[in-house]
Design a binder for this molecule. Structure first.
Ligand code: ADP
Length: 308
């Protein structure tokens, strides 16, 4: 079976709040899938729906060919869910926490699997340490090990690296790639666009709607613009000026501006003149590869323009 998940036009309302507004996509078996979007986009709602913890207001979804609402019991044992609020027991050791989750999932002969998971997450040397005394990154790896104890075919990870230090993030990603090599489907939400780049396919979600759904490469190729990065001073003045006086989309990233130009040769001279005429000093500029962040901002701006 090729598709692990099929989502068909799902709407989810919480009272008057429409959290998901007709989302559709599919996830292939053993792919690393990224659900990417800012706070409030609908990521947690999507994951909780797919884990069978919420019922859609409208629309349907299938997991491994089973209907999300009708076959909930069959689906449950195939999935692992690492929620943002996943709680370990601080007064239990690493070993005891895994044992607890094995019990919860009715896994009887868990000891071999536990050893495997501890090796896999490189937690073996710390197995007798209380969860309360682990670093943030180690806690997250233990939570993942607990999520995997019943050998789920798919795991849902809701912003698993938020608040985790960069070294542990890298470590965590390595573990996820190894899981994927073992054939596990990985569905993760993230607000980080650099993480989204590592996924096989992504959905860019904003305000409960799918803005784009494809491989990161194709999503980036979908905007037919040259992105020019400019370093100039004073930067805030330049940003405001370009926003008000030029027809080009301008984005500010720290001490740099990104401009999305239709025709670099033609448009850049105009930009340069505008800046210089207004007393802004151009320090450097270069064409840079389009990032997912550029695409995201571009698509959100397009929507704003259409609705204004
Ligand atoms: P994300 O995970 O991307 O931050 P969520 O799925 O948590 O987004 O939220 C999507 C939208 O639904 C937001 O506007 C949020 O305020 C709203 N929402 C989420 N949960 C509830 C709830 N239990 N009751 C009312 N509104 C909710």
């Amino acid at each position: 079976m090729d598709a692990a998940i099929k989502v068909n036009n799902i709407i989810k309302d919480y009272g008057n709040v429409r959290a998901l507004n007709g989302i559709s996509f599919d996830v292939k078996n053993a792919e690393m899938f990224g659900l990417v979007g800012p706070d409030g986009a609908g990521k947690t709602t999507t994951i909780r729906l797919l884990c069978g913890l919420l019922t859609p207001t409208n629309g349907s979804a299938e997991l491994f060919g089973f209907d999300l609402t009708k076959d909930r019991n069959k689906i449950q044992k195939e999935i692992g869910y690492l929620s943002q609020k996943f709680s370990l027991y601080g007064d239990l050791t690493i070993d005891e926490n895994i044992e607890f989750f094995a019990d919860l999932h009715g896994v009887k002969d868990y000891k071999h699997r536990r050893d495997e998971l501890l090796e896999f997450t490189r937690l073996t040397p710390f197995r007798t340490r209380l969860a309360d005394n682990l670093s943030g990154g180690m806690k997250q790896k233990l939570a993942l090990a607990c999520t995997l104890i019943h050998k789920p075919k798919i795991i849902f990870l809701d912003e698993p690296t938020t608040g985790v230090d960069p070294v542990s993030r890298r470590d965590f990603w390595k573990i996820l790639s190894n899981l994927q090599k073992d054939g596990v489907t990985i569905f993760m939400s993230t607000p980080y666009l650099d993480e989204a780049e590592r996924c096989n396919r992504v959905v860019l979600l904003n305000d409960g709607k799918v803005l784009s759904f494809d491989t990161p490469k194709n999503v980036k190729a979908s905007i037919k613009k040259s992105i020019v990065e400019i370093v100039c001073t004073p930067i805030i003045k330049a940003y405001k000026l370009l926003k008000e006086k030029s027809n080009y989309e301008v984005q500010m990233f720290g001490d740099r501006l990104n401009l999305a130009l239709d025709d670099y040769q033609k448009d850049f001279t105009q930009i340069e003149n505008l800046l210089v005429e207004n007393g802004i000093q151009m320090i450097d500029h270069r064409i840079i590869p389009t990032s997912l962040e550029n695409v995201f901002i571009h698509l959100i701006n397009e929507i704003k323009e259409v609705s204004s």
